[in-house]
Design a protein around this ligand. Structure first.
Ligand SMILES: NC(=O)c1ccc[n+]([C@@H]2O[C@H](COP(=O)([O-])OP(=O)(O)OC[C@H]3O[C@@H](n4cnc5c(N)ncnc54)[C@H](OP(=O)(O)O)[C@@H]3O)[C@@H](O)[C@H]2O)c1
Length: 255
């Protein structure tokens, strides 16, 4: 019985991934903070036949996260961890984000992600088996001027994940970086602007699961936007900036 841990499973892509993996024989560890939303996702997965445990922790709480993962892995070795929890940062007025918001984004999206991924990597390396997916974004390739901290955290996850993939491969640990385009979720709907080729969370979950099953180094979608974002990085900076001018947005306050 495979054991899959998903952070940020109380909403959006994480919730859709939980439902995607939920089937008889599956062991799901679902993490989030909002109790009613997390429990609703857990119940839906149990209804599909999965065995489900939930945990509510802030990913910024490194000691609590480390203790939880150690205990969990000792009881049931984790096969797959999807490090998905994040916030979008940005300024609601379209201004430069405040220092406080930028640091909070770094703390949750980058340090919080590593708080989960690195202890799992250590545990998996020790037993020579496991898979860790870091959910980044196409913003890692094409930074969004209206979300500098968000783009920076996602680029850092991409670089860290790809580098770690090489180092851990000989030890039986697979690392994958997931870079979605626009996905219809609570976070997605906070971005008020052009959202080309937006897909549903369910569709995103199916694409992620397919990429992880094939052990793709980068699971990027939709392919046209992914190709444009990756290609843009090769352009002279003035041209790249011009192309990005169509992707301006404002953050909507409140959900
Ligand atoms: N939606 C898009 O268009 C899009 C595009 C590219 C990449 N992504 C990435 O996909 C992932 C999921 O995004 P989403 O759109 O599904 O977002 P979402 O619906 O807003 O869900 C975010 C999840 O992260 C959890 N979370 C946030 N801060 C947390 C914290 N400090 N501690 C623990 N959990 C925390 C939330 O838990 P609670 O709600 O319970 O607090 C929630 O479950 C993120 O990494 C995001 O950057 C999204």
């Amino acid at each position: 019985m495979s054991v899959t841990l998903i952070t940020g499973a109380s909403s959006g892509i994480g919730a859709a991934l939980a439902r995607h993996y939920a089937q008889p024989g599956a062991n799901l560890i679902l993490h989030g903070r909002d109790a009613p939303r997390l429990e609703a996702v857990a119940q839906a997965c149990r209804d599909q036949g999965a065995h489900v445990e939930t945990e509510r922790l802030d990913v910024r709480d490194r000691p609590a996260i480390a203790a939880w993962l150690k205990n969990l892995d000792a009881r049931r070795p984790i096969d797959l961890v999807i490090v998905n929890a994040a916030i979008n940062g940005g300024d609601p007025g379209g201004d430069v984000e405040t220092e406080a918001m930028a640091f909070e984004t770094v703390d949750v999206n980058l340090v919080g992600a590593l708080n989960v991924a690195l202890p799992c990597a250590t545990l998996m390396r020790a037993r020579g088996n496991g898979q860790i997916a870091l959910v980044s974004s196409l913003a890692a390739f094409a930074p969004l001027p209206d979300a500098p901290a968000y783009s920076g955290t996602k680029a850092a996850l991409l670089a860290h994940g790809l580098a770690l993939r090489e180092k851990l491969k000989p030890h039986g640990v697979r690392i994958n970086v997931v870079t979605p385009g626009y996905v219809k979720t609570a976070m997605g709907s906070e971005y008020q602007g052009w959202r080309p080729l937006e897909i549903s969370a369910q569709d995103a979950a199916a694409r992620i699961a397919r990429g992880l099953a094939r052990d793709r180094d980068i699971v990027a979608f939709p392919w046209i936007l992914a190709a444009a974002a990756r290609g843009a990085a090769l352009l002279p900076e003035s041209l790249r900036r011009l192309g990005m001018s169509g992707f301006k947005f404002k953050i909507r306050v409140g959900r």
